[in-house]
Design a protein around this ligand. Structure first.
Ligand SMILES: CCCCC/C=C\C/C=C\C/C=C\C/C=C\CCCC(=O)SCCNC(=O)CCNC(=O)[C@H](O)C(C)(C)COP(=O)(O)OP(=O)(O)OC[C@H]1O[C@@H](n2cnc3c(N)ncnc32)[C@H](O)[C@@H]1OP(=O)(O)O
Length: 224
């Protein structure tokens, strides 16, 4: 566990940024991730011919050269400032700077329910025209983990059990989760994803607070 602890410590950083600077970076890099996100379904669906694809790839190569001129050599991790403004901008499900992240926002209700309305584009396909089962697991892991966190019991996913009740369409979906109960360091959380025709995937998760100290960010803002 020492390696994991070391990585967490290294990548859990108070970078002391002002709110203005955080807002500036969000306004700069958020739209960049949105552009890259918009490219993913285009790569699947474009009918452009040889010349247009070649030309588009030259533009993309130029963009990659520009963006790669100066960059960090490590994952984003968790960054925060003295105000408790936590940023997980590299997160695979909700990271502001992560183009594969399908969730823009996770909402928290006063009763502890967490929920998100989100859109899965054609890049998340598994069975023809439907959501990949692993993508449903990805989204539910985040939602259930966040419900454990806002319920005061943050932890690592120990077990995530899914029941795929009916095929999950692509497109507009809803997900939600709620802390059910805790037993010592274990938090038991339930949730689901639903589409236009009702619940598609049900989930139960056990989230375990590691031995080592965890910053739960319970009363903090956590921005994408
Ligand atoms: C890389 C570190 C990242 C740091 C993050 C830490 C915490 C998160 C904090 C905030 C999170 C905020 C928002 C969350 C949003 C999204 C969530 C995404 C989460 C993930 O994407 S996370 C990646 C996938 N996840 C892993 O990578 C876990 C790898 N694994 C381990 O790190 C250990 O395996 C651990 C810590 C799970 C347990 O280790 P341990 O040493 O503390 O456990 P120990 O043996 O002491 O057991 C204590 C009691 O839990 C029972 N128990 C043990 N293991 C169990 C299991 N798997 N399932 C069910 N119950 C289990 C025992 O039966 C006993 O129960 P009892 O007390 O009743 O006897």
């Amino acid at each position: 566990m020492t390696d994991a602890l070391d990585a967490v410590a290294r990548l859990f950083v108070n970078d002391g940024l002002s709110e203005d600077e955080i807002a500036r970076q969000a306004a700069l890099y958020g739209p960049l991730a949105d552009d890259v996100r918009a490219l993913i379904p285009l790569a699947v669906q474009t009918r452009a011919g040889d010349d247009d694809v070649r030309q588009a790839r030259e533009h993309l190569a130029a963009a990659m050269e520009l963006l790669g001129r100066t960059k960090e050599d490590h994952p984003f991790g968790t960054r925060f400032n003295d105000n408790g403004n936590f940023r997980v901008w590299g997160n695979a499900v909700m990271g502001l700077r992560n183009a594969i992240a399908p969730l823009h926002r996770i909402n928290h209700d006063p009763d502890g329910r967490v929920w998100a309305d989100f859109h899965l584009h054609v890049g998340f396909e598994g069975p023809a025209g439907h959501t990949h089962g692993g993508v449903s697991a990805l989204v539910l892991d985040q939602l259930l983990g966040d419900a454990a966190r806002v319920g005061g019991s943050p932890g690592m996913t120990g077990t995530l059990t899914l029941r795929y009740r009916k095929p999950t369409p692509l497109g507009d979906l809803h997900g939600e989760a709620k802390l059910d109960r805790t037993e010592g360091r274990k938090a038991f959380v339930t949730g689901h994803i639903s589409g236009p025709h009702g619940i598609c995937v049900e989930a139960e998760g056990i989230f375990i607070k590691p031995h080592w100290p965890v910053e739960d960010g319970r009363d903090r803002n956590q921005t994408r």
